[in-house]
Design a protein around this ligand. Structure first.
Ligand code: OXD
Ligand code: MN
Length: 609
């Protein structure tokens, strides 16, 4: 019997079942008994492997096929009626054409299989932020992951009632054919179709597909924002709590910042860090005129390699129970997991992410994918509730008020350790020019710059220029907007070594940011925005970093910035004619200020905020 009478749900389900032709249809009720039964089935079929239940209680390992290990941006489409609405940065397909093409692939693809119907909520069910979705899938792995990453259960159907306001997600592993892999979004029709993949980012439809691509589209329509941001809480020694959100491109340490451990000097004073979210923030204007944020997810889908006791002990402890590991290395002596960067003791007897016997001596840094024990993009899917530093505010239906928005990227030279924008509009510009660069092997050499505005390049569900316009419009709707900053933990010296220690010490920068928000600290005005006075970044207890090092980290090389301006012009041209005029005005003003500045010095030429 169906657990709902909602005709919108049932009609759609019938239509999808008629196309995919599953043998059975099973509703997922969110109960532990049902999850346990599905786990048993997945164990029996080899879809998951049970790990050492004493050392890793409730933990399992899954391996995807070797060519299905990451999000596939090239095969991800935004299917709006017009190409212009999807913009130049997204792949676009005509919706009717796309449906016809994929219908052929979906037809009969679930024959001999079960279709699972997963009702889920992004954010707390019934809360002002909540949005509901139903994912249909033929993968138990997806069901088990969705159970961790979202709020699954029949209470979602109750909250939905008779409404048609839910996101319709269809996923099938089909044949896992990479040539026919598609992740497509129909934002005008609240629909997501994913086929021929079983890798998390492509198939856990609540995450990138719904909570970012579809939600960003809905946010524009409804006056809120869906952003690729962590949410971090700082508790001061006097008990005051402040919250910041931060957007960084992949591989810039978002989960690490979200879960940072304060340096000892700060711990002793009583500072505490709490995690509200590590990947996605939904933001709305509160009745107090401030911007409020929730993490719509219920778990973490974190990158395993590089996670260790130093880089992120909280993440490590989070995934020591109730976790699904994907594509990590299996230690066959202990039946536990291992990955590059966990410790210096690779297992002597091991099975690599491809499921083959692995000898760690064969590891070659130049060919990580083929020689590593764990795939470089191997993951843990872990419950937020198991995170030792999870904020009580994670459970707040109204979210947390945001004091600061932080953008950042990986820049060897150009961006200083931190700077503050001069207004919401200028901050939107700072977000629009966000970039990361790869460093070439040669010492100090600077690699390729990839523009990743607001870290949303792969995740905006409509035209990037319109997305910036939405940011500008939101600025007009927030009476007390957060201040906007940019950070760069990745400056290098002439030998290519990182200068700033990063990790827990990033709190020193966050505290300057919050001091700025509270109006407690002065700053220097420069062509790019407000920079800290070096002595205002606390370096107590920090070995190897002097006031001069901080000065160096804060220096602005105007020639390098002028080069960047040219690169930004090219990028804006690529985004096309939806780029708001205000962004061009900001760019022209930046260029003029840089040209007027003494190349060596910071010049007080920024407009007053
Ligand atoms: C992620 C990503 O998996 O940003 O979070 O790629
Ligand atoms: Mn992400």
């Amino acid at each position: 019997m169906n657990p709902t009478n909602n005709q919108h749900v049932l009609n759609w389900l019938n239509e999808m079942a008629a196309m995919t032709k599953p043998d059975n249809i099973v509703w997922i009720d969110g109960s532990e008994e049902q999850v346990a039964a599905l786990r048993k089935e997945a164990l029996a079929s080899g879809e998951i492997i049970q790990l050492n239940q004493e050392k890793l209680p409730g933990c399992y390992l899954h391996r995807t096929t070797w060519d299905d290990v990451a999000r596939v941006e090239g095969r991800t489409f935004i299917c709006t009626k017009t190409k212009e609405d999807a913009g130049n940065i997204n792949n676009w397909m005509d919706p009717a054409e796309c449906r016809a093409k994929l219908t052929k692939l979906y037809t009969g693809c679930m024959k001999g299989r079960t279709m699972y119907v997963i009702p889920y909520s992004m954010s707390i069910v019934g809360s002002p932020f909540a949005k509901y979705g139903i994912e249909l899938t033929d993968s138990i792995y997806v069901v088990l992951n969705m159970e961790i990453m979202t709020r699954v259960g029949f209470n979602v159907l109750e909250a939905l009632g008779d409404s048609s306001d839910f996101i319709k997600g269809l996923h099938s592993k089909a044949t896992l054919d990479a040539e026919n892999r598609y992740i497509v979004h129909f934002p005008e029709d609240d629909t997501i179709w994913s086929i021929n993949s079983n890798y998390g980012g492509n198939v856990l439809l609540g995450k990138k597909c719904f909570a970012l691509r579809i939600a960003s589209y809905l946010g524009r329509k409804e006056g809120w924002m869906a952003e690729h941001m962590l949410i971090l809480g700082v508790t001061y020694p006097d008990g005051t709590k402040k919250y910041v959100t931060a957007a960084f491109p992949s591989a810039c340490g978002k989960t690490n910042l979200a879960m940072l451990i304060p340096p000892e000097v700060f711990q002793k004073q009583g500072y505490k860090i709490e995690t509200v979210g590590d990947d996605i923030a939904w933001l709305r204007v509160g009745s107090d005129g401030r911007l409020w944020a929730v993490n719509p997810e219920n778990g973490f889908f974190g990158v395993a390699p590089g996670t260790n006791e130093k880089s992120n002990p909280n993440a490590l402890h989070t995934c020591m129970k109730d976790t699904i590991f994907t594509n990590v290395c299996l230690n066959t002596d202990t039946n536990t997991v291992w990955w590059e960067g966990l410790d210096n003791n690779p297992p002597v007897h091991a099975i690599n992410w491809k499921g083959q016997p692995w000898d760690y001596h064969t590891y070659d840094k130049a060919d990580k994918v083929n020689t590593s024990g764990a795939h470089p993009n191997s993951r843990f899917t872990a419950k937020a509730t198991n995170c030792p530093c999870l904020s009580p505010a994670f459970y707040e239906p109204n979210g947390v008020p945001v004091d600061a928005i932080i953008f950042g990227g990986r820049r060897a030279r150009t961006a200083p350790l931190v700077y503050q924008s001069t207004s919401w509009q200028n901050g939107t510009f700072v977000g629009s020019i966000m970039a990361s660069e790869t460093t070439a092997a040669a010492a100090g050499a600077v690699g390729v710059v990839r523009r990743d505005p607001m870290a949303m390049r792969p995740f905006v569900g409509y035209n990037m220029g319109d997305y910036w316009a939405h940011w500008l419009e939101m600025g007009l709707k927030i009476p007390h907007p957060p201040k906007i900053f940019n950070v760069n933990w990745f400056r290098t010296d002439d030998e290519g070594n990182f200068i700033w220690p990063g990790f827990g010490d990033n709190l020193r920068v966050v505290l300057w940011i919050l001091a700025r928000c509270a109006g407690k600290v002065d700053a220097d005005i420069t062509p790019i925005g407000y920079l800290p006075k070096a002595e205002d970044i606390c370096i107590d207890g920090l070995e190897g970093i002097t006031l001069d090092t901080v000065r160096d980290l804060l220096s602005v090389d105007t020639a390098a910035w002028l080069e960047d301006v040219e690169n930004i012009k090219e990028f804006y041209a690529q985004v096309g004619d939806h780029v708001p005029q205000a962004m061009y005005d900001e760019l022209a003003a930046l260029e003029a200020r840089l040209k007027a500045a003494d190349p060596q010095l910071r010049m007080p030429v920024c407009p007053a905020p």
